[in-house]
Design a protein around this ligand. Structure first.
Ligand SMILES: [Zn+2]
Length: 479
């Protein structure tokens, strides 16, 4: 960190320590070493400042920033979203790579400095900290596009994943999931909410700042990442390549809320043994399905226990940490007693809970079923942890990155955005663990994500883009 930037960090620290309510309402930019994510300790200096810290209310009055805000064009946003939605960039598919190259070209055309590189999969996946991957990949690409302002301000990371989940049953859709149709004020398509609309807003915000010739003191780095849906490959590889920043906003679909906390999610596989026999003499075998049903009930009980006292940030969700089985496979033949059941699912991890503790709770609930059971006692259910392993992640709700985005939203749209946690794992925890305080803020609703007829409200595109323009300008500072 250079001297001027350090001074801004100390300016923040000084304002943060004061009881002057006026000063506390401003948003100031932290130096990363001063304000680690939740769980770390803050070190606040008392150095006298040489320049005033940035604040949202001053930045919103900057004529060039106003020009950038005024230039945001909803029709342009929708047309860019259309381009992205027609690329079926399902996690692990060839189109996931194609979409990264398409974005790289868009960013180059916007005049940004693009780092596009093939991720060394054997090397990255062998890293002990690798967060897991479920889709088989022969290639994967990383991409960071940077807008270089000055060198005396922080780097703001705008992170978004280009991969999307599969479409589920096409008959459940009323439109082609890859056609980006518009209906009743929304754009429909797989990835519309989660999270191609967010990626479009992030690029549009940087383009607006450039077009209006807003001179930033710092930099903006646009990270489009692959493999978020199946573990976090892209963000992990981007951090590993050495890209970093002082704060980050992930454009997950928050419906315009600011989200400082994301729960964890651990993928597991249970194998329940039985013994096959001809179905006509089924009692001579051991039906693995009967035992699986007991396992399933035990998982439901465990879920209820784990959700008895959720964190207040999760109050809006009926289940803060869901435990769900997504696939069940049993047997090999209709007229045979099934000799085993393989069930795969995900265990939600509470905010602040360790992954090891969460795993051992599930393992204990399963092993208790074997106690005194004539079959499971000698043929226990096995538990494996595989694929995506999302630890929970959070910044403190009082962290400056939270007030920065909230202040920017409020200054432009007239009301304080909601603040809450989300029950799913995201790249927030990887960025937080790397010392980059991070929030989610983006267009679209969580309930639309991964669902048939996924959609994003068109009016939220400009809302988010404008908030990001002001967030970046206030965070970096302008000259
Ligand atoms: Zn997402």
């Amino acid at each position: 960190m250079d001297r001027a930037h350090r001074t801004r960090a100390h300016a923040y620290a000084h304002a943060h320590a004061t009881d002057d309510p006026l000063r506390r309402t401003r948003t100031h930019i932290p130096g990363r070493e001063h304000l680690p994510c939740a769980g770390g300790g803050g070190l606040y200096g008392e150095q006298v400042t040489e320049q005033p810290p940035a604040d949202v209310s001053a930045t919103v009055s900057d004529p060039r920033v106003r020009d950038a805000l005024d230039a945001i064009d909803t029709a342009e946003l929708v047309s860019q979203l259309h381009v992205l939605l027609t690329v079926p960039s399902v996690t692990g598919s060839a189109a996931e790579s194609a979409a990264q190259h398409l974005l790289a070209e868009q960013y180059r055309q916007a005049g940004l400095d693009v780092d596009l590189w093939p991720i060394d999969l054997p090397e990255v996946t062998a890293d002990p900290g690798f967060p897991g991957m479920e889709a088989a990949r022969s290639e994967a690409w990383g991409r960071v596009a940077t807008h270089h302002g000055g060198s005396d301000g922080p780097t703001v990371v705008l992170n978004g994943h280009i991969d999307v989940v599969p479409t589920c049953e096409l008959s459940d859709w009323s439109v082609d999931p890859w056609s980006a149709q518009i209906r009743d004020g929304v754009v429909l398509g797989r990835g519309a909410a989660d999270m191609k609309a967010g990626l479009v807003c992030q690029l549009a915000a940087v383009v607006a700042l450039r077009r209006a010739n807003v001179r930033l003191r710092g930099r903006v780095a646009l990270w489009s990442v692959v493999g978020e849906e199946d573990g976090g490959l892209g963000t992990f590889a981007t951090l590993r390549r050495g890209h970093t920043g002082e704060l980050a906003v992930i454009a997950e679909p928050t419906d315009l809320a600011v989200v400082p906390a994301a729960a964890g999610a651990l993928t597991f596989r249970l194998t329940v043994p039985g013994r096959s026999a001809h179905a006509s003499v089924r009692t001579s075998g051991v039906d693995a399905m009967d035992h699986y049903l007991r396992v399933h009930q035990a998982l439901r009980r465990l879920e209820a226990e784990r959700n008895a006292n959720p964190d207040p940030l999760m109050a809006r969700w009926d289940l803060a940490w869901p435990l769900s089985v997504g696939t069940v496979r049993a047997g090999t033949w209709p007229s045979s007693v099934p000799d085993r059941v393989v069930a795969e699912g995900r265990l939600g991890v509470a905010l602040g809970e360790s992954v090891i503790d969460a795993r051992s709770q599930l393992e204990a609930a399963i092993s208790q079923l074997s106690d005194g059971d004539p079959w499971l006692g000698s043929h226990p259910v096995t538990v494996e942890w595989f694929g995506g392993q999302f630890a929970p992640g959070a910044v403190d709700a009082g962290h400056p990155v939270v007030s920065l985005v909230s202040d920017a939203h409020e200054a432009l749209h007239g009301e304080r955005p909601q603040l809450h946690g989300v029950p799913y794992g995201s790249d927030l925890r990887l960025l937080g663990a790397a010392g980059i305080p991070t929030v989610h803020y983006g267009p679209g609703r969580l309930r639309a994500a991964h669902a048939p007829d996924e959609s994003v409200p068109i009016d939220q595109l400009a809302t988010v883009t404008r908030t990001l323009v002001l967030t970046v300008a206030a965070a970096c500072g302008t000259r």
